[in-house]
Design a protein around this ligand. Structure first.
Ligand code: FPP
Length: 243
């Protein structure tokens, strides 16, 4: 079975999970963190090299203040409580998204997680935090324009590979598989550039109910897909990327 090198997950449905139980939304997010722990273990056990999760989008700031602060609190708790174990298991943590404007304690924790785990190789956990795909592309375009103005880059020579080097995901392979829970079928500004040729699996379960069985089922669906990267079946696809 073809195992994807990179799986990305839109962890959706925490609020509805909580509502269905008559609980406050924060209870859904707390249960979501537990599901995230399970997903990290499942990805490592399945031999996936990269796992990217959408923890907080640039658009999530428009939620009620209390919910935003609950989500910030959960991120801090997750890093404080789980960092040692993630490090012990050989997980390398990387954060994508806009860092500017984040509270200093959050920014410091994110940096600590990246620095501590920088030489780990078992699994790469990429946390998309304060992330929005369009925002990421605009920030990249801005840096490219600045480099061009300084004469460090010739716009005529810019390629899509060169552009990708300016994205937050520089050095990270594109996701092979994107999973979204909760029955919604859209990408919500999550890795729009990087998922140009990704396979998508949409699951009806809410994120807190996500188990390693859902993960395995998503990998099975992925393995049954035929990836062509814009070519026809007869033409060859990038070596080592698909089969
Ligand atoms: C979507 O559910 C989920 C989020 C906005 C955040 C995802 C966060 C977690 C899984 C927990 C936090 C994890 C870390 C690492 C901080 P929703 O609230 O949009 O659910 P709904 O669509 O049912 O309302």
């Amino acid at each position: 079975m073809t195992t994807p090198e990179h799986v990305a997950i839109i962890m959706d449905g925490n609020g509805r999970w909580a509502k269905a139980r008559g609980l406050p939304r924060v209870a859904g997010h707390r249960a979501g963190v537990e599901a995230l722990r399970k997903a990290v273990r499942a990805a490592g056990d399945a031999g996936v090299s990269w796992l990217t999760v959408y923890a907080f989008s640039s658009e999530n700031w428009s939620r009620p203040k209390t919910e935003v602060s609950d989500l910030m609190g959960l991120l801090k708790l997750f890093i404080r409580r789980d960092l040692a174990e993630l490090h012990h298991s050989g997980v390398r943590v990387r954060i994508i998204g806009e860092r500017e404007g984040l509270a200093p304690d959050i920014a410091a924790l994110l940096e600590e997680a990246e620095t501590l785990t920088a030489s780990n190789r078992a699994l790469n956990l990429v946390i998309a935090f304060n992330y929005g795909g369009r925002d990421e592309i605009v920030r990249a375009a801005r840096r490219i324009a600045e480099a061009a103005v300084k004469g460090e880059l010739d716009p005529a020579n810019l390629t899509s590979e060169g552009f990708a080097d300016f994205l937050d995901t520089s050095g990270i392979p594109d996701p092979d598989l994107v999973i979204r829970t909760s029955g919604e079928q859209r990408i919500s500004n999550f890795l729009p550039w990087q998922s140009a040729y990704s396979e998508f699996v949409f699951l009806s379960c809410f994120w807190p109910d996500f188990t390693r069985e859902h993960f395995a089922e998503s990998l099975r669906q992925y393995a049954a897909r035929e990836r062509r990267f814009g070519a026809t079946v007869a033409e060859s696809v990038p070596a080592g990327v698909a089969s």
